[in-house]
Structures are given as C-alpha cells and as structure tokens.
Design a protein around this ligand. Structure first.
Ligand SMILES: C[S@@+](CC[C@H](N)C(=O)[O-])C[C@H]1O[C@@H](n2cnc3c(N)ncnc32)[C@H](O)[C@@H]1O
Length: 258
C-alpha cells in the first residue's frame, strides 16, 4: 500500500466497492442503449469540468475530467493511462484528417485535438445528441472547437452518416490518416469494414481501438490477427481499464498496409 490512503487503495485496487462504479454497472444496459448511464453523471461531468478548469487549457480540462471520473462518478473516457497510448500513436503519425467513433463527453476528442498541428481536423461521430452537446461545449471551453466537428449519427445507420462525412467533412478516397474506435464493441469490425469499403484509408493510416480486452471486441482482434502482415500490422498494448489498476484491457494500434 506504500503511502496510499485506504480510500485511494479502494478506489484504485477495489473499484467494485465504489458506489459510482456499482451505479454504472446497474446502468450498463441503459448505457449500451443510449450512451449515457442514466443518472445524469455526463451532465454533472460537464458542470464539474467547467467549474474546475481554466478556459483554453486542454490539459487542465483533461485533469478535471480525470478527477471527476476517479473521485466522483466513473466515466468511460479512455482515461489518463490508456490516453498515453493514444497520445503516442498520434505523435508518431502526425495525422491531418482523423475520425473518432464514440465521442461521449469529449475527453478523447480534447486529448486528440490538443496534439494536432497546422490545419489538422478531427471528426467525432457520436450517436447520442446530448453527449454530442456536452462534448461540443467542453471542446469550446478547452479552446479546441475549431479543430473538431462532432457529428451525431452512426456509421451503421444505412448510409446517412457516411454520406454526411463524405459531403460535409472531407472524408474522401485515401484522405483519412487516423481512426480512433471507441463506441459499440459489436460495431468495431463492421464499421471498420465500412470505412475500408468507402476507400477512405491509405497505406500508413493508423487505427487505434480501445476496450478490445474489456468489454471486449473479439471479432475485431481476430480480424487483426488474421490480417497481420498482409493488410494490417498491429501492436497490442496491454494496459488497464480506465481509472483503476485491477482489470486488464487491450488497446490495438494497427497500421493499414493497403
Ligand atoms: C466508451 S464511450 C466513448 C469514450 C470517448 N471516446 C472518450 O474516451 O472520451 C462510447 C460512446 O459511443 C457512443 N456510441 C455507441 N454506439 C455508437 C455508434 N454505433 N456510433 C457512434 N457512437 C456510438 C456512446 O453514445 C458513447 O458516448
């Protein structure tokens, strides 16, 4: 335990004893259906972050998010541990056009946009309009609104969102440098296939997928393993689920070989 307080040890090593985690588990089905836990924590997170971070300071905004998720109510942000994997992939790739699937309250979009240079842009696709609204307001607070477009929709909605991405957000043949996948785990592989079918990727495009271990996207992991060295080259990052150190998770970083 070292110098850690009992409360910090419980929070980190025994997350199931936290009420906000238990409440999250109770709201699991609601979350899968709606993208929100159902107890108002996403709106509460916005109020907390606005009150506890300075405008125009993305790192301060992320720190306030992490504080809220760790010490108040658990949020399914990629978080500060796995976020470093995303940061490293972004720094290595230096992408100009990026797509995110699953924006939630804007944490990963802020994390991503703060590292973008020049005229680089992120398009974040989020199915829940209330989450999209929260994400937009926190991106604006972080001073990053001009780098990110939050689009309400899903890749699997029959073509409407794919058409919007193409017509209004510049996703065209070979234009997409980076994809962050962090939404419905059963949609990871079908949505990646839809992106491939649209022809948006180019050799060297990088796709990072969160939560491949927990809750898990086994078909996505199998696909990447079977494609290894032919159409994709993948690094599996062994890490932990957000905001605790008990449960292990996997983040996949895959380079498209064409
Ligand atoms: C794990 S959270 C995303 C966390 C976020 N990437 C972050 O790290 O800050 C998943 C989000 O995906 C959204 N979602 C679920 N299914 C979706 C789909 N098919 N397309 C787009 N968004 C979806 C949910 O509403 C929820 O906001």
């Amino acid at each position: 335990m070292g110098g850690k307080s009992l409360a910090a040890t419980v929070r980190d090593r025994l997350p199931f004893l936290r009420w906000s985690v238990i409440r999250f588990a109770l709201g699991g089905r609601t979350f899968l259906r709606t993208g929100q836990v159902g107890d108002g924590r996403e709106r509460a997170a916005r109020e907390f972050v606005l009150a506890h971070s300075a405008a125009g300071d993305p790192d301060g905004v992320l720190a306030a998010f992490d504080d809220f998720a760790r010490n108040h109510s658990l949020l399914v942000n990629i978080g500060d541990e796995k976020g470093l994997i995303l940061d490293a992939a972004l720094r290595k790739t230096a992408p100009r056009l990026l797509l995110e699937l699953g924006g939630y309250c804007g944490y990963s979009a802020i994390r991503t946009a703060r590292l973008l240079g020049g005229d680089a842009r992120l398009v974040s696709v989020e199915m829940n309009p209330d989450n999209a609204d929260i994400a937009r307001s926190l991106l604006a607070h972080a001073g990053l609104a001009d780098r990110v477009n939050v689009v309400v929709g899903t890749i699997g909605d029959g073509g409407a969102t794919v058409k919007r991405l193409a017509d209004e957000h510049g996703l065209s043949s070979g234009a997409l440098d980076f994809v962050f996948i962090d939404h419905d785990k059963s949609a990871y592989l079908p949505d990646l296939r839809a992106i491939l079918d649209a022809g948006w990727l180019h050799p060297g495009s990088v796709v990072v997928a969160d939560n491949v271990g927990i809750p898990g996207a086994p078909d996505y992991r199998r696909y990447m393993r079977e494609s290894e060295g032919a159409t994709w080259r993948t690094t599996e990052h062994h890490t932990h689920t957000e905001y605790q150190s008990l449960l292990e998770d996997l983040v996949l970083e895959s380079e498209y070989l064409g």
